[in-house]
Design a binder for this molecule. Structure first.
Ligand code: GLC
Ligand code: GLC
Length: 816
């Protein structure tokens, strides 16, 4: 979809932003290993190493005016005119502007008065450095004498302290300069053994390291002193605010161009002595790193390495199908977003400040569902890290800090769904890889260090926790909340100064969650399947029994007549019932009960999903519940705190839409599943002025029909929607499902798709899967041929040795 603001360039896997004044800043991410950057279409954002709270390298002021200010700036001085290729901060009108967000890189080109400056920002694979390849071209008729000034503002590493403790921070700033390299060495003299540096690979004419000198105490970045005056001051920061800036003088004849790079790097000293002489930082590692990028060829090679890294990653799943949007999202953007959400969980985006949340327990487990096929080794490590933040009783730290991997109780606990997601992520990983050794990894529990219980023990503890915390209807207690953080049935908060996420006492509460019941059904099934694969029939049978009991409780107590209830509150009153005054039907329990297998034999599954269609579906997606809450209900908590139609109060929370999509896939209605899929797919949207968020990634939330701004998206990028839409499309709709014994082919597509094909790398083998649909059905396989040989059933067995396997599937039968 092309809009006044941009278009997709599919062959290059780029989104091209064609004007800088987008409805909101449109973000991209740099980095894939340890060093990450947020980079908007005007080069705004910041850089951090591993942990956006504890190791922030450059400074960023969230919710600024304008929203996005501060970033990777290059000022161009051409005669008396000062401009930026990314438009900000000077906002000098440009003759040309283009921003290309690609996979792990952003390329911004601006031109004015015959001069074009192109900045390519990226982090080379395996490197703790952000490279800004800078190309300056004289496209005019006259020779040009230009001066460029680079600019970054350093952060004092701990981002919260950096933005709050000025009585200290204004006195601690330190730098050293060597050649073109500005070393940011604040706190290095004491407990840090790491520093940041910012250098230029080309000869410089001057530098600045003091913000006051470069910008001016009374100025904004758009009127910074040094670019306006044209001469760097060679300032050395003592306290206040250290920056890095270089002055680069260029003479370019008509048609000439020059390419060089700025390099922003993070260095840990490791074994290297901290100082080369008293008071002088040892720069051995920094110098070596810079040396690697002095040669322009090295920068290009590093960029080529990044591109081939991505090409290889994405070759794990590629589809060719009749729908352009689905194809582009599946092949590029959705998988890219899965990588980013895997890397960052919900920590650092334009809407997550990087200091509030680290790696979320439930969030990161769900992220693995869309990531396990991309880099299985990293999924494995993440599962073990997450499991290590589980407590011996089965509950979990709701989040942990990525740098320390230690659980953090600041944002609350006792979310009684958390532990169950670990079962889903583990089973997904083992199905993807066949690696059952992970189950025997000694992980231990966070509150009994050194105990070394293995991962399988954690899965059992998770199931046992739910079974030992059932309410009076035999349904799981909800604790502080379930997946819906805002359904706080034990909170009863009347105090505006407390957080809904931590208020209230869950001990002794009666409140039960039907959504957790559905999730438990799913987790039981998954774990029973794993036991069957391991040959442990007794364990599988034990879980089958637990499943049957929970299913009976759901069918007996949780059916409202046309849909499943959402919960029972602390007084035992149903939530999400036709008898409720507001909030009569909720999306999450319909999705999870159906996915857990409820309502399959008695028609309720279809009835529940039909009710969702009748009451919750809108053109922009499916709203969370109806009617929206119009007043605050202390017995329901934060969900009723939001204005009607936004966030958890009847917003379109895209994440949970996917459970309904998958539900329709289970029931075999591919037309409905795909219509819904398209309704929240960002690439389909032409109403960009309404939608406002990036067209290439999912947002957490789209305002619902009760809102003042229906269709307006918020909280893009870091959302479980990424993983779940990938699961929906890859496994639900296209029907390529990893299983222990092979790949099950179980499509559920729109009837009018006549054919499609998928290339899927699975356990080291590439499967070329070609599906044809001569009868125009949604689902049901008629025949399966593997390398020319017919196979009974619809599971492609694991390859016996060849690297590539060709699978032909014909739909029109009843194999599912
Ligand atoms: C946010 C949280 C997630 C939660 C969801 C619904 O996306 O990250 O953990 O499940 O909101 O409240
Ligand atoms: C708020 C948000 C919710 C999020 C939670 C945790 O409740 O509405 O989406 O999950 O905060 O930070």
């Amino acid at each position: 979809m092309s809009t006044p603001y941009g278009r997709f360039d599919d062959p290059r896997r780029e989104y091209v932003v064609t004007r800088p004044d987008t409805p909101l800043p449109w973000l991209n991410y740099l980095g894939q290993d340890d060093l990450f950057g947020l980079c908007t279409n005007t080069a705004g954002g910041y850089t951090f190493w591993r942990d956006a709270k504890l190791r922030r390298l450059t400074r960023y002021r969230y919710n600024n005016a304008p929203y996005d200010l501060g970033g990777r700036y290059v000022y161009v001085r051409d005669g008396e005119t000062v401009w930026n290729p990314g438009w900000k901060p000077t906002k000098t009108p440009l003759d040309g502007y283009e921003c290309r967000h690609g996979l792990g890189y952003t390329r911004i080109a601006g031109s004015k008065d015959g001069v074009e400056v192109e900045l390519l920002f990226f982090v080379p694979p395996g490197e703790n450095a952000e490279v800004w390849r800078t190309t300056v071209r004289n496209r005019g008729e006259q020779p040009k004498d230009l001066t460029l000034f680079s600019f970054v503002e350093f952060c004092f590493y701990e981002a919260l302290n950096d933005m709050s403790n000025f009585q200290r921070t204004y006195s601690i700033g330190e730098v050293e300069v060597e050649g073109s390299a500005v070393y940011h060495t604040t706190e290095y003299r004491e407990r840090r053994d790491h520093y940041a540096l910012f250098a230029c690979t080309r000869e410089i004419a001057g530098f600045d390291t003091s913000r006051d000198a470069f910008v001016g105490v009374h100025n904004g970045l758009h009127e910074a002193d040094v670019p306006l005056s044209g001469t760097a001051t060679n300032s050395i920061a003592h306290g206040w605010n250290p920056i890095g800036s270089h002055q680069v003088d260029l003479h370019l004849d008509p048609g000439a161009s020059e390419t060089f790079a700025f390099v922003l790097a993070y260095v840990e000293q490791g074994e290297q002595p901290k100082f080369e002489r008293p008071g002088v930082v040892d720069k051995t590692h920094g110098r070596a790193l810079l040396e690697r990028y002095r040669d322009p060829g090295a920068v290009d090679d590093a960029f080529a390495a990044l591109q081939s890294w991505w090409a290889d990653i994405l070759s794990a799943f590629q589809v060719d199908c009749p729908d352009e949007d689905a194809q582009r999202m599946a092949n590029t953007w959705n998988q890219y977003q899965c990588m980013v959400t895997f890397n960052l969980s919900r920590s650092a985006s334009f809407y997550e400040s990087g200091i509030g949340r680290g790696m979320g327990f439930r969030d990161s487990n769900q992220d693995i569902l869309g990531f396990a096929h991309l880099v299985p080794q990293r999924a494995r490590q993440r599962i073990l890290d997450l499991a290590a933040t589980q407590l011996a009783d089965g509950t979990c730290y709701h989040q942990y800090q990525p740098l320390t991997r230690q659980g953090n109780a600041d944002i609350g606990g006792d979310f009684y769904d958390d532990h169950l997601w670990l079962v889903l992520s583990t089973c997904a990983y083992v199905k993807e890889t066949g690696d059952t050794s992970i189950l025997r990894e000694p992980v231990g529990y966070a509150d009994t260090p050194g105990s070394g219980e293995d991962l399988l023990h954690h899965l059992e503890t998770s199931i046992a926790y739910t079974l030992s915390h059932l309410g009076e209807h035999g349904l799981p207690l909800i604790g502080h909340a379930d997946w819906n953080d805002c359904l706080n049935l034990n909170c009863f908060s009347t105090e505006p100064n407390e957080s809904f996420q931590t208020a209230g006492d869950v001990q002794g509460s009666r409140a039960e969650s039907v959504m957790i019941a559905g999730l438990f059904l799913y987790a039981c099934c998954d774990l029973a399947g794993l036991y069957r694969h391991l040959g442990s029939r007794d364990d599988a049978a034990r879980l089958d029994d637990a499943y049957d009991d929970m299913l009976a409780a759901v069918e007996e107590h949780a059916w409202d007549g046309d849909w499943y209830l959402r919960a029972f509150d602390a007084a035992g009153t149903p939530v999400g019932s036709s008898a409720s005054e507001e909030g009569q039907i909720f999306i999450e329990s319909q999705g999870w009960c159906v996915l857990g297998g409820a309502g399959r034999s008695n028609g309720r599954a279809r009835r529940a999903l039909d009710s969702v269609h009748e009451r919750l579906a809108t053109e922009h997606g499916i709203v969370l519940h109806q009617p929206a809450y119009t007043r605050y209900h202390p017995e329901l908590g934060e969900i009723t705190s939001y204005p009607p139609g936004v966030k958890e109060n009847a917003g379109i929370f895209c994440h949970n839409n996917t459970w309904i999509h998958l539900g329709w896939c289970l029931l075999g209605d591919g037309d409905r599943a795909f219509e819904y899929y398209r309704s929240i797919c960002p690439s389909t949207r032409s109403d960009v002025e309404t939608y406002r968020a990036e067209p290439y990634v999912y947002a957490q939330m789209i305002a619902g029909r009760d809102a003042a701004t229906p269709g307006e998206a918020k909280n893009s990028w870091l959302t479980g929607t990424a993983a779940w839409t990938f699961v929906t499309l890859a496994q639900g709709i296209l029907g390529i499902k990893p299983e222990y014994a092979g790949l099950r082919i179980d499509p559920c597509i729109p009837k009018d798709w006549r054919s499609y094909s998928v290339t899927r790398r699975f356990r080291g083998v590439t499967y070329e899967i070609r599906v044809s649909n001569p009868a125009g059905v949604c689902s049901g396989v008629r025949s399966l041929t593997v390398d020319g040989t017919p196979v009974a059933g619809n599971v492609v067995p694991l390859s016996g040795g060849s690297d590539t396997v060709v699978v032909d599937v014909v739909l029109g039968g009843d194999l599912r």
